[in-house]
Design a protein around this ligand. Structure first.
Ligand code: BG6
Length: 477
């Protein structure tokens, strides 16, 4: 489909793809790497949740440990990204490759060397790295000793880690994100995944999660300040899972509920990281939930001095809320909601809503007026390999195309948009279910939910389509 309306994305628009070490890197115990929180999570399915195993179970399959072995395939994979014309590639550094237990004083040289090689390879292929410092993993050693981000001590370990990577890669990496989907800590699901926090069954984890979130805010702000001191050209962003939430009706109760969801799930984190202070609505929420954030003298100044340069977010779907508790519920990314009769859903029940991306881009930009980047958007689907080896993923092309069209609309609305990195540009392990079957990629990887497969990479139909999107700078969709 050719877009002839005269619209043009900026010439330096950052087209690319996104991944995370815990879901694609593998090599979990190679060259001095320690165990990450994600290495302790079992596989699951759409209906069976992943388990967290506080000690290693010999017979259990842990999908992140080998993942798709980017560790052993990075040259081949980056070459494919280069062939698609990626301008940028979002990846994360695995903290435990650099500090295996999290509290060492010196970094692991072999781990540092690996990312040197990866960045060199990206640069050789004209791809700008966009690096998440912590994406749903932290050293499991910090969970064992401190219950993860519950402890304020973890801030210092994180800053030491940031200092090591900022100094080492200061001439190779310009774009950084401090924490993936930091707002995942606002929901119970995020305790271990985003905070490395173990909670007891049926425990109300509100206090622990919001205290951990405060520690991550401080850590992020310190990292931003430090990064700018190490290289003033660094651009350091926040990363929010934008949980776009519609009211089910014009009933004022529904409207207020949707507003409150937007405030707590999305804006709280954006406000602290972009503006440098807690929004006033947080006070009432904390009070009503019995949450008491322990702050230290100087925290407010730290937050003020560590505001991010840009705002990045993930967007997969939208949700609906209602004050009526008898309506049909559906699943979603991080948060579910009420069924939206106007939308279709993915194989995993996420409600597909391209226009919601335009709304979201406008909503965020209206509030902050700093550059935005969509660092995750994509379709988790079951792909079929035909007898001739081809994979005709037209549903994925449709999904991505429809969202790009809405990005165009948002840019026309006046939103400052720096780029778009499609999530899971190469098939990888699903964060929520641990499955391989939930595939997102333009590149297929021969591996199944149980770890069987030869890991061979092959190009899906969407690979060629996206290559042309980038080549035409979004003109040919
Ligand atoms: C985002 C996460 O919430 O959603 C990714 O940042 C994750 O890590 C992605 O993979 C898609 O979710 P899932 O559960 O389908 O992998």
């Amino acid at each position: 489909m050719s877009n002839n309306n005269g619209f043009k994305f900026a010439d330096n628009f950052l087209w690319g793809g996104a991944t995370a070490a815990n879901q694609f890197e593998g090599g979990w115990n190679k060259d001095g790497k320690g165990a990450s929180t994600s290495d302790m999570m079992t596989g699951g399915t759409h209906t069976t949740p992943r388990r967290i195993t506080p000690v290693l179970e010999e017979e259990t399959y842990y999908p992140s440990r080998e993942a798709i072995d980017f560790y052993g395939h990075y040259k081949e994979d980056i070459k494919l990204f280069g062939e698609m014309g990626f301008k940028t590639f979002r990846m994360s550094i695995n903290w435990t490759r650099i500090f295996p237990n999290g509290d060492e004083l010196e970094p692991n040289e072999e781990g540092l060397k690996f990312y040197d090689d990866v960045f060199d390879e990206l640069i050789k292929n004209n791809i700008e790295p966009l690096v998440t410092i912590s994406h749903y993993e932290a050293p499991f050693g910090l969970t064992e000793k401190y219950n993860g981000w519950c402890s304020r001590k973890v801030i210092d370990f994180y800053v030491t880690y940031c200092e090591a990577i900022f100094k080492r890669y200061k001439d190779k990496v310009k774009y950084w994100l401090t924490f993936n989907e930091i707002n995942c800590l606002t929901v119970p699901f995020g305790a271990f995944m985003a905070g490395g926090i173990l909670v007891n069954e049926n425990e109300n984890s509100d206090q622990k999660r919001f205290q951990a979130l405060h520690h991550q805010f401080i850590a992020s702000a310190k990292a931003v300040k430090l990064g700018h001191e190490i290289n003033p050209d660094f651009k350091i962003g926040c990363m929010i899972a934008y949980m776009t939430t519609y009211p089910n009706s014009c009933n004022p109760d529904d409207i207020l509920l949707a507003q409150q969801k937007d405030q707590i799930s999305n804006m709280l984190c954006g406000d602290v990281q972009v503006r440098g202070y807690y929004p006033r609505f947080a006070n009432r929420y904390f009070e009503e939930k019995g949450i008491e954030i322990q702050m230290q003298a100087g925290d407010n100044e730290i937050l003020k001095e560590g505001c991010v340069d840009f705002y990045s977010f993930s967007y997969y779907m939208s949700s609906v809320v209602s004050a009526d508790t008898n309506l049909e519920e559906v699943e979603g990314n991080i948060l579910g909601g009420i069924k939206n009769p106007h939308l279709k859903a993915s194989d995993w029940g996420w409600q597909i809503d391209p226009k919601g991306l335009r709304w979201t881009l406008n909503n965020i930009y209206d509030r902050y007026q700093i550059p935005l980047i969509v660092v995750e958007n994509g379709l988790g689907a079951v792909d079929v390999v035909e007898a001739d080896g081809s994979i005709n993923d037209d549903y994925r092309i449709d999904y991505v195309r429809d969202h790009i069209i809405q990005m165009e609309e948002a840019v026309k609305d006046g939103v400052e948009l720096m780029g778009y990195t499609m999530w899971g540009c190469i098939d990888l392990v699903s964060a929520s279910t641990g499955e391989m079957k939930k595939r997102y990629g333009f590149i297929y990887v021969d591996k199944d939910n149980n770890g069987n497969g030869n890991m061979e990479r092959s190009k899906k139909k969407s690979f060629y389509w996206y290559k042309n999107v980038i080549k035409s700078n979004g003109k040919e969709l």
